[in-house]
Write a protein that binds this ligand. Structure first.
Ligand code: MRU
Length: 361
């Protein structure tokens, strides 16, 4: 199965037990995370509309996974329509339409726009349909491969922050299921574990979509990594009681000032961690870091209030028409973040000075 363009030294370094998005026979394939942990459904498509719906409905979710899937969707489409178009300009128009469709799916994850811009830039590299198609597929496969490599690098940097015997609190799923493979926080946990550190994970359930309860538990138990589930509102007490040594969360976007935009609920955890002197780390690849934006530019996604009114998309837990807010992400201030673990190293405050530096190295 060709699912990645060669992983070089990493291929044999760590086992790939869970992957969320991959390339197979000219299609983008994904595990439908909305059905986990009850059903392991795999879907494949070369239709950008289908992939856009999968991203919007969160079958594919997690910032890096969204970016990789969008790029692969454009690639699959680009190679499937070469015989249907009359000329290069019609071909480019169709690819741009596909990119626009995917662009409008979710507004907060920076990786989506970063990946689609990379694919879009390829449209300037050739003047015939076949070479454009080839170049788009190559770029999308590079994005896939780079995601996995970045995760492994973050894992190796981040694992150094983990001590033998640590209990790590995480929120939402920033594991393999949120990336092409390994995860961001997932890579830190995995690599610490593979290095023989005796660690334990505590995951919040992560209302309303339950990425912690459904995805972290499924993902980490597959590798025998001990994981305990708490409700979101237990995080403060669990931190205060010192049942947690370190907090590791992902990010959907990190601004140039070092604000961490991540799954709703992250901010409350960061506040509790700071108050109790527990280190709070965000783990994110450079593709999540948006040096071009200040926090005031960031769009926080608001989703269907029914996600709050119901559990698992079907069981009403309140009156059917009760007004509900459904912000998908929140903002954690830079002074609450002990360090940001990236694929280019661990960045410490002051972030507005130190984050730009890693892009120059
Ligand atoms: O709404 P989601 O599930 O796409 O949100 C995902 C998160 O907030 C993750 O923590 C973040 O994308 C980091 S994923 C490596």
């Amino acid at each position: 199965m060709l699912w990645c363009n060669g992983l070089g030294e990493y291929e044999s370094k760590y086992p790939i037990i869970v992957k969320a998005v991959w390339w197979e026979k000219g299609e983008v394939c994904w595990i439908n995370t909305s059905k986990l942990p009850f059903e392991e459904e795999v879907k494949c498509s070369k239709d950008p509309n289908v992939v856009a719906r999968a991203i919007k409905s969160m079958e594919i979710r997690g910032a890096p996974a969204i970016g990789v899937a969008a790029a692969l969707a454009v690639a699959a489409y680009a190679s499937s329509i070469t015989y249907e178009v009359k000329n290069v300009s019609e071909y480019i128009t169709k690819i741009e339409e596909a990119i626009n469709t995917l662009w409008r799916t979710r507004p907060t994850a920076h990786n989506l726009f970063w990946a689609l811009n990379r694919v879009k830039n390829v449209l300037r590299t050739g003047y015939d349909i076949d070479s454009l198609a080839k170049n788009i597929v190559a770029e999308a496969l590079n994005i896939l491969k780079e995601d996995i490599e970045a995760n492994i690098r973050m894992g190796e940097y981040g694992a150094k922050l983990v001590d033998d015997g640590d209990t790590i609190l995480t929120h939402c799923n920033a594991g393999a299921l949120a990336t092409a493979a390994f995860g961001t926080v997932g890579a830190v946990i995995r690599i610490a574990w593979y290095k023989g550190k005796n660690i334990k994970v505590i995951t919040t359930e992560t209302r309303p979509v339950l990425q912690g309860a459904r995805l972290n538990t499924w993902e980490y138990t597959r590798e025998g990594i001990p994981i305990t589930l708490i409700t979101d509102n237990m995080a403060g007490y669990v931190i205060r009681k010192r049942l947690v040594d370190k907090v590791f969360v992902g990010a959907d976007r990190i601004t140039r000032e070092g604000y961490v935009v991540n799954k709703i609920g992250t901010y409350m955890i960061a506040l509790a961690a700071s108050r109790n002197n527990i280190p709070f780390y965000s783990v994110a690849p450079t593709s999540t870091i948006d040096l071009g934006s200040s926090i005031n530019d960031v769009v926080i996604e608001e989703r269907d209030p029914d996600e709050v009114r119901k559990v698992l998309g079907k069981y009403l837990i309140t009156l059917p028409n009760i007004p509900a807010l459904n912000y998908a992400f929140d903002i954690t201030d830079p002074d609450l973040v002990t360090a940001i673990v990236t694929d280019k190293g661990i960045v410490y405050p002051p972030y507005s000075k130190n984050l730009p530096k890693i892009f120059k190295e």
